[in-house]
Design a binder for this molecule. Structure first.
Ligand SMILES: Nc1ncnc2c1ncn2[C@@H]1O[C@H](COP(=O)(O)OP(=O)(O)OP(=O)(O)O)[C@@H](O)[C@H]1O
Ligand SMILES: [Mg+2]
Length: 290
């Protein structure tokens, strides 16, 4: 197996007022993967994200990027953040500058790139998140969803190897969620490792190829996608519920409407395709249902 691109080894972090953020947390993010970090509110997802790009430093244990422990010097953190981009849960915590274009150019300027390179990256990032028409708007005048897209564009302009998104879908309407989904699919196809922290099990079921489940700051379980259909009762027992597509497929299977499949449907559209296929079979061979 290749070296994980990011890893935590026995990391413990307690906030100054005493609440536990992470407790003996050990996990690895495979290079090139789509990794979901799942957990109920307060389980440590945001604390974990802040460790991945060095905003928080473990009191015990080690965070590794590319097999090497993070260095927390100014230069070490600057290099790390050019390679590991974090889109914050709350866009207000991330946006700094007056206008959208200025905000997105902040990161690449900080890397010391020349002006034409910065301009090219910013224009490309604006286009990717469909914000060209808002490029000169003051950031504070944007809607919540638009601010979230500015944050993503700021990270894209850094051209990182890993993008971590903390609750990226919360507060986005359905078309914006669909657009973000398509953007993430493109990024992953370009070879970028994508990590998403969420409690949205339906999204994880459809999208992720690796799952880590946090509970009270520790890793309660780590699975890859092939294992997921068999461990859904354990996922539910960890307080995350059951993916709707999996639940519906199981009901239809038990009732005899759908056949057992080697690869159960992971998305709503896959499930619809399976149902339609079963319908066509019944139409062609009505005796099969008697
Ligand atoms: N700035 C902070 N100061 C003190 N305690 C904090 C702080 N941030 C988080 N915590 C505590 O650390 C624990 C983990 O919180 P964290 O925000 O990492 O969870 P989360 O899984 O991201 O939750 P959510 O799903 O609500 O975003 C919680 O008990 C929380 O109260
Ligand atoms: Mg959080």
């Amino acid at each position: 197996m290749t070296e994980p691109i990011l890893a935590l080894k026995d990391v413990t972090f307690t906030y100054p007022e005493g609440s536990v953020g992470l407790m003996n947390c050990t996990l690895a993010v495979p290079r090139g993967s789509r990794t979901a970090i799942l957990g109920v509110n307060g389980s440590g997802k945001t604390t974990l994200c802040l460790h991945f790009n060095g905003i928080l430093r473990p009191q015990v244990g080690t965070v590794l990027f590319d097999g090497q422990p993070l260095t927390y010097s100014r230069r070490g953190l600057k290099t790390l953040r050019s390679r590991v981009g974090l889109v914050f849960q709350n866009p207000e915590s991330q946006l700094l500058s007056a206008s959208v274009r200025e905000d997105i150019s902040f990161g690449p300027m900080n890397l010391g790139l020349d002006r034409s390179e910065v301009r090219a990256r910013v224009e490309q990032a604006l286009a990717t998140v469909d914000l060209v028409h808002l490029a000169n708007r003051p950031v504070h005048s944007l809607s919540f969803g638009q601010k979230k897209r500015v944050c993503l564009a700021g990270i894209l302009a850094m051209q990182p190897e890993v993008i971590i998104l903390d609750e990226p879908f919360s507060g986005l309407d359905v078309p914006m969620q669909r657009d973000l989904n398509a953007t993430l699919a493109d990024l992953w196809l370009q070879g970028i490792t994508v990590v998403i922290c969420s409690h949205d099990l339906d999204f994880a079921y459809e999208w992720a190829d690796h799952w880590h489940i946090l509970a009270a700051g520790s890793v309660a379980a780590s699975w890859d996608q092939r294992q997921i259909p068999d461990v859904l009762p354990q996922v539910a027992a960890l307080g995350l519920g059951t993916p709707r597509v999996a639940e519906l497929y199981r009901e239809l299977l038990v009732a005899g409407y759908l056949p057992p499949l080697p690869h159960p449907p992971r998305s709503h559209s896959d499930l619809l395709a399976v149902i339609r296929q079963a319908h066509q079979k019944i139409d062609r061979h009505p005796a099969a249902v008697q």
